[in-house]
Design a protein around this ligand. Structure first.
Ligand SMILES: [Mg+2]
Length: 227
């Protein structure tokens, strides 16, 4: 009997990379307007390189970019970049199609909902609040809640414990096979690979199910409930 569905956040519920791309594009244009003299594509590549080295959630990426390029920070350019980033981020942070509908349907069916994310706590909550999802989840586990990243069992176990259910009673949905699927499987949860969010051209996800649209979760829940 399935009692809860646990979702990864970024690239599973939220189209995170689409948001990131739009925000960086807008930031570079704003910095160029403020006096940055690096071609747009080059500047974007350099910023993404910093993200690769420091992590995609790095909050000081423009400081590091400007310091690296010029040895100091021109605050006219820096501030313009931050404003450009924020403006686009607000507009570009969206849910994948059918996420809202699927969550509502799951709630109607009496299932509990949770998020298990490796994102920093504040960033995860900012995204949830902006998307008006902050009341729908019974449990939200972020990086600081366990200080462990998936596939470590700890964040999954923490979610199950707070949901007061067993691993076999939960489905984990995620876009990152090595983290979401491996971790959840390890402790005995059913797993669903969100292929629509895959950025690694994953061939074999190892998941029990694969979906191209989040709404397919409803069929999976129905199927598992009749077993
Ligand atoms: Mg993800």
């Amino acid at each position: 009997m399935i009692k809860a569905v646990i979702f990864d956040l970024d690239n599973t519920l939220v189209d995170f990379m689409a948001m990131k791309d739009a925000a960086i594009e807008s930031a570079v244009l704003a910095m160029t307007d403020a006096g940055l003299k690096i071609p747009k594509q080059k500047a974007k590549e350099k910023i993404y390189k910093i993200y690769d080295e420091e992590g995609i959630e790095d909050q000081k990426v423009f400081d590091k970019f400007l310091t690296k390029e010029f040895g100091n920070i021109d605050y006219r350019i820096h501030a313009a970049g931050i404003i450009g980033y924020r403006r686009a981020r607000e507009a570009a942070l969206v849910l994948y199609p059918h996420v809202h509908l699927t969550l509502m349907e799951l709630v109607k069916r009496g299932l509990k909902l949770a998020v298990v994310s490796d994102a920093p706590r504040l960033q995860a909550w900012l995204r949830l609040c902006q998307l008006n999802l902050h009341h729908i989840f019974d449990v939200v586990i972020t990086y600081e809640d366990t200080n462990k990243r998936k596939p470590d069992p700890e964040p999954f176990k923490n979610a199950l414990q707070q949901l007061q259910i067993e691993a076999e009673e939960a489905i984990m949905v995620g876009d990152w096979a090595e983290r979401d699927i491996v971790g959840a499987k390890l402790i005995g949860m059913k797993t669903v690979f969100a292929r629509y969010g895959d950025r690694f051209d994953t061939v074999n996800s190892g998941a029990d199910y694969e979906i191209d649209d989040v709404i397919k979760i409803l069929d999976i829940v129905d199927e598992l409930s009749t077993k």
